[in-house]
Design a protein around this ligand. Structure first.
Ligand code: THU
Length: 134
């Protein structure tokens, strides 16, 4: 897996983050089934609960072009060790991928490779083994 194009796209998106409240800029980039890369940054609001994470904005950008199958996700924050996607984003990703390689990194070059299955082993599912629909 060549992470460099995803890291570059996530880093560029992070520079556009709108995070005047938390001052915590996040950039994310997702590689889709056709090889295209879609990036997003976090976009905050004066109503704190309306903040949208970079990961969900990147995924929404990809899905909005008709793509449905993410292949890999990179996330860039300033955190050390690099921050992993939040719970809301994990569940949102699980809507479109059973498993997904995820790389979290920071500008200092620290990297952790993980996966959606590792970060969210039991996603909610309407069709899963523990759901009402069976
Ligand atoms: N944030 C993300 O963009 N992705 C995450 O996975 C965690 C948090 C954003 C939301 C908010 O704008 C800021 O980081 C602080 O929580």
């Amino acid at each position: 897996m060549d992470w460099e194009p995803l890291i570059a796209a996530a880093t560029a998106a992070r520079a556009k983050a709108y995070a005047p409240y938390s001052r915590f800029a996040v950039g994310a980039a997702v590689l889709m089934e056709d090889g295209s890369i879609h990036a997003g940054a976090n976009v905050e609001n004066c109503i704190p609960s309306l903040a949208v994470c970079a990961e969900r904005n990147a995924l929404a950008a990809a899905v909005s072009t008709g793509l449905r199958r993410p292949q890999a996700l990179a996330v860039v924050t300033e955190m050390s060790p690099p921050a992993r996607p939040c719970g809301l984003c994990r569940q949102t990703l699980a809507e479109f991928a059973q498993d997904l390689p995820i790389l979290v990194t920071n500008p200092g070059g620290e990297r952790e490779e993980t996966s959606l299955a590792e970060l969210l082993p039991y996603p909610f599912s309407l069709t899963g083994p523990f759901s009402a629909k069976g």
